[in-house]
Design a protein around this ligand. Structure first.
Ligand SMILES: Nc1ncnc2c1ncn2[C@@H]1O[C@H](COP(=O)(O)OP(=O)(O)OP(=O)(O)O)[C@@H](O)[C@H]1O
Ligand SMILES: [Mg+2]
Length: 250
């Protein structure tokens, strides 16, 4: 099952969600995390530095290396296709290529049999890299920050997903929306209520509470469940992992 974790809005917990879910899904079946963001936050967040001459997502997307040759195992035992800033150059290099929406799909095709779950951490844009992720994915998970302006960008993301479904990937489904950084405030309640009202057909998962523990876990290069024992922080991701596991079984 190939899941794109996407939202063009920055800082909504795409990378954190990819790490936390990856950590929970790995014991349930082989799992690969793909860093498709030139910021390389997923790679750094898992404590991995790409050694000189080792291929990364840049070499994969520009077809200089196979996906298999770029995959590494991180210190917390997760399989990672890492990225760094060179990937920004890669996105420009493939701009004029014929069929450039399908490069990631093509490159992952030979390795998908090796993994039960592949999670793609998308960059905060609706550019070519995100479209490549959507063209390759079975389903999209949309983290949305429980903030006043959070819903503004959701409509354009849903439009892009609809266009990808129409033109590039008719099988693409929306897994659902994951509200993140939820607080015990009226604003969080308002955001959740208007999300349900405006998007009644979307699955809205249990909100992830706001906590500094997530930043600390990122710094430590660990998923939240191995960093903190606080049930209320771990549970939303656990429930989401259960949902994904059940879906993959059926
Ligand atoms: N539930 C949470 N509570 C508090 N802070 C969080 C939570 N989840 C993530 N964060 C923090 O918020 C910041 C942004 O998270 P993250 O990098 O995962 O977002 P992103 O959507 O991947 O960002 P970008 O769009 O830049 O890729 C990070 O510092 C992260 O540690
Ligand atoms: Mg990120």
């Amino acid at each position: 099952m190939l899941i794109a974790v996407a939202n063009q809005k920055g800082g909504v917990a795409k990378t954190t969600t990819t790490i936390c879910l990856g950590g929970l899904l790995t014991p349930r079946g082989t799992c690969l995390l793909v860093d498709l963001d030139p910021q390389g936050d997923l790679t750094l967040g898992l404590g991995f530095n790409i050694p000189d001459k080792k291929p990364s997502c840049y070499e994969v997307i520009t077809e200089k290396a196979s996906a298999a040759s770029a995959i590494v195992s991180t210190k917390s035992g997760l399989n990672l296709l890492p990225a760094e800033i060179t990937l920004a150059k890669g996105e420009t290099e493939i701009l004029t290529q014929v069929g450039n929406f399908y490069i990631l799909k093509e490159k992952l095709e030979s390795i998908t049999v090796n993994y039960s779950y592949i999670l793609i951490d998308c960059p905060p844009s609706l550019g070519l890299l995100t479209v490549n992720a959507l063209a390759a994915a079975d389903t999209v998970l949309i983290p949305v920050q429980c903030q006043f302006f959070a819903l503004k960008g959701l409509a354009s993301l849903l439009d892009t997903i609809a266009t990808v479904q129409k033109r590039l990937n008719p099988q693409l489904k929306i897994l659902g929306v994951l509200p993140t950084m939820a607080e015990n405030t009226i604003m969080t309640q308002d955001v959740l209520a208007s999300l349900r009202k405006r998007q009644p057909s979307l699955t809205i998962f249990e909100p992830v509470p706001k906590s500094v523990k997530f930043s600390e876990a990122n710094l430590a290069g660990e998923p939240i469940h191995s960093y903190s024992k606080e049930d209320k922080l771990i549970k939303p991701y656990q429930k989401l992992a259960d949902f994904i596991t059940n879906l993959a079984r059926n």
